[in-house]
Design a protein around this ligand. Structure first.
Ligand code: ATP
Length: 314
């Protein structure tokens, strides 16, 4: 498959801060690459370098095989983007704003304005001045402007910020449609793994400017750890007999949520056959009051990945 977005050892340093640190991305045509990171991880800085808005300290960026740098003019014709709060002319209507973008982008087919208004469900507001739009509708307009010319590449920095759940679903459907049916390559940044996992074919986690993990979107569920949660009247006693039997028992870290958090076991054989643990505890005189296998949620997985890769979560 054709490589559409590529960064090689991309680095941006501000003073002593490595905003982006030796980043190597390779995104192929038709992929939706979820670029995931906490606040300050380096997502916006990366996207701005891909857009030529800021110059890397070192390393290179390529779009469709062309290196971004001084004089790279034609590259941007095939790119649509949202970075930070999209600017629109506040005194003009949605339709007028989109008409300006259509002309600037050199799109001859005037119907593209109606097409994108319909896609982003902006029909009821098309004649409304932008300064009177809600945050979510202003964001929809930003997305409409990014997509109106049907670019081959979309670089979207947290595009669903401010959107309601219906808007989030619409944007997700639109991106999947563009990627699958038009071969559009999408880089979409977010700090929410559960949201990004619903749309991304590939996910890259960035932390402290470094790419710490890449996951195939279809493999994500398999990566989530399972745990056996158990509780009983005498938790300390349970813990002791289980430890003596060789299980690695810990207390669930939900101190903020629960007064008396249950126990948890990560051993595979306990997770695969919880009934044996139940039997063992009954025979030992500690019948369990709770026994269930849980999968960690996506948020926990995201934080675990950062923690395991040297990230500081404080
Ligand atoms: P968020 O989710 O909060 O938007 P982000 O992942 O987009 O975060 P960046 O905006 O790329 O993160 O910032 C990465 C780091 O670089 C942060 O530590 C930030 O403070 C720093 N940084 C970004 N721009 C500048 C700048 N112009 N001058 C100095 N430091 C900067």
């Amino acid at each position: 498959m054709i490589e559409v977005i590529r960064t090689i050892n991309l680095t941006k340093i501000y003073g002593k801060v490595y905003a982006v640190d030796d980043l190597n991305l390779s995104i192929k045509q038709g992929e939706i690459y979820g670029f995931l990171g906490l606040n300050g991880a380096g997502k916006t800085t990366t996207i701005k370098m891909l857009l030529g808005m800021i110059t890397p300290t070192s390393g290179q960026c390529y779009l469709q095989g062309k290196r971004i740098g001084r004089g790279s003019v034609g590259i941007w014709n095939d790119v649509g983007y949202i970075v930070e709060t999209p600017y629109s002319y506040p005194e003009l209507t949605i339709e007028e704003n989109l008409e300006i973008v259509r002309r600037l982008r050199g799109v001859e087919d005037r119907c593209c304005v109606d097409w994108i208004i319909e896609k982003l469900k902006l029909g009821d507001y098309r004649s409304k001045r932008v300064k009177h739009l809600s945050l979510g509708n202003a964001q929809r307009l930003g997305i409409a402007k990014a997509i109106i010319h049907r670019p081959k590449i979309l670089l979207l920095d947290e595009p669903t910020n401010g959107l309601d759940p219906a808007g989030i679903v619409e944007v997700r459907r639109l991106l999947v449609d563009l990627a699958q049916n038009e071969g559009t390559t999408v880089l979409i940044s977010s700090h929410k793994l559960d949201e990004i996992s619903k749309v991304a074919t590939n996910i890259g986690i960035i932390h402290g400017g470094r790419l710490i993990k890449e996951i195939d979107g279809r493999q994500l569920q398999n990566q989530l750890k399972k745990v056996l949660i158990l509780d009983g009247r005498d938790k300390e006693g349970m813990r002791l007999v289980l430890s003596q039997a060789g299980y690695d028992v810990s207390i669930k870290d939900r101190s903020l949520e629960e007064e008396s958090p249950p126990l948890e076991i990560y051993d595979k054989d306990a997770i695969d056959a919880p009934e044996k643990i139940a039997e063992f505890l009954v025979n030992a005189g500690y019948p369990p009051t709770l026994l269930k296998v849980e999968k960690e949620d996506l948020e926990m997985y995201f934080l675990r990945m950062i923690g395991e890769n040297g990230g500081d979560l404080e």
